[in-house]
Design a protein around this ligand. Structure first.
Ligand code: ASP
Length: 319
């Protein structure tokens, strides 16, 4: 029996600034999310694997400067970029990730190459870049990732002396419907394919003004990204340190497995109880093997959307 395919994507969570809430900006986000859902859904309906669909969606999100991943990534304290990404295939629990890279155009492709190579799960820094170059992946100058909006965000964060999540605290009021300095701008995708397989992918520039060498939850399997055909596929966005401490993505699957919770119960508990109890803010997107979609967040908003079968894709930013 063939499963109805489902794709869900996110472009970060954070604080909504009323001043930043221009209709035009919100529309740009909705249009970008719609275009990506349409493309990923078409590939799933055409028989693509969940893994292919999440990689396609995340590549498109990486290429879109509205989101803090790939082009448009945030700056470190030193004014550089350090990108992290991960993929996981629910059918066989294979996973690949890269961290702290600044020259790989599409970090999620490198994460997938690590997974397919199979020798390791996580490569970081210069070694990850050498691996990507060997695999023939497209390399760019680090300046490719820079945008003026992110530079302004760095100046603002440094002025305030804090490390901020991408969509938290606007760099410019016109830039985004969520407050840009107080938003988590990671991107991610989860999918269920026609064969009933699940996959998850996440990619990020991390946090504005982060210390050089800092690695967040996104590339850590079990923290920001996890997929298991028997439970769910999960991609997180938020204050990475707390997601790591909570093993957030895996905890959703563990609650389903050991406590018999539904996807909705498990995801709600992680996002609304466990994470806030240690000061964690953000959200996640998840799909279970029956195609249930859950996208909880404990911030004011999260750029998100999903598409099921041939139904019209739905996108949302606020509650
Ligand atoms: N979770 C990401 C990190 O900590 C940030 C984000 O979601 O925007 O690197």
């Amino acid at each position: 029996m063939r499963t109805t395919p489902v794709i869900a994507i996110h472009g970060g969570a954070g604080t909504i600034s009323a001043a930043a809430l221009s209709a035009g900006a919100a529309q740009a986000y909705h249009e970008a999310l719609h275009a990506i859902l349409h493309a990923a859904r078409a590939s799933l309906l055409g028989g693509a694997s969940a893994l292919d669909a999440v990689c396609l969606a995340v590549e498109m999100l990486e290429d879109c400067p509205l989101f803090n991943a790939g082009h448009g990534a945030v700056f470190t304290h030193a004014g550089t970029h350090e990108l992290d990404a991960a993929v996981m295939n629910g059918a066989d629990l294979r996973a690949g990730a890269i961290a702290c890279v600044s020259r790989i155009r599409r970090p999620v492709r490198a994460a997938r190459a690590v997974m397919e190579d199979g020798a390791h799960v996580l490569l970081a820094g210069a070694g990850a870049e050498a691996f990507a170059r060997e695999r023939g992946l497209e390399m760019v100058e680090p300046s490719y990732f820079s945008t003026e909006a992110r530079r302004a965000q760095l100046a603002q964060a440094q002025g305030a002396g804090r490390v901020v999540l991408d969509h938290d605290g606007a760099a410019s009021a016109a830039a985004a419907p969520l407050d840009e300095g107080r938003k988590f701008g990671t991107v991610g995708a989860v999918a269920l394919d026609l064969q009933g397989h699940l996959a998850a992918a996440t990619s990020t520039g991390g946090m504005t003004n982060k210390r050089v060498g800092r690695v967040g939850d996104s590339p850590l399997i079990g923290a920001g990204t996890y997929a298991d055909d028997k439970r769910a596929a999960v991609s997180c966005t938020g204050s990475g340190e707390m997601f790591i401490r909570a093993a957030a993505a895996y905890d959703v699957c563990a609650r389903m497995r050991y406590a018999g919770q539904s996807l909705a119960q498990a995801a709600q508990a992680v996002v609304m109880q466990t994470l806030p109890s240690i000061g964690g803010s953000g959200g996640l997107i998840a799909i279970d093997r029956n195609g249930n979609v859950c996208m909880p967040f404990n911030t004011d908003g999260m750029y998100r959307g999903h598409a099921r079968g041939t139904e019209a894709p739905q996108t949302a930013i606020h509650r």
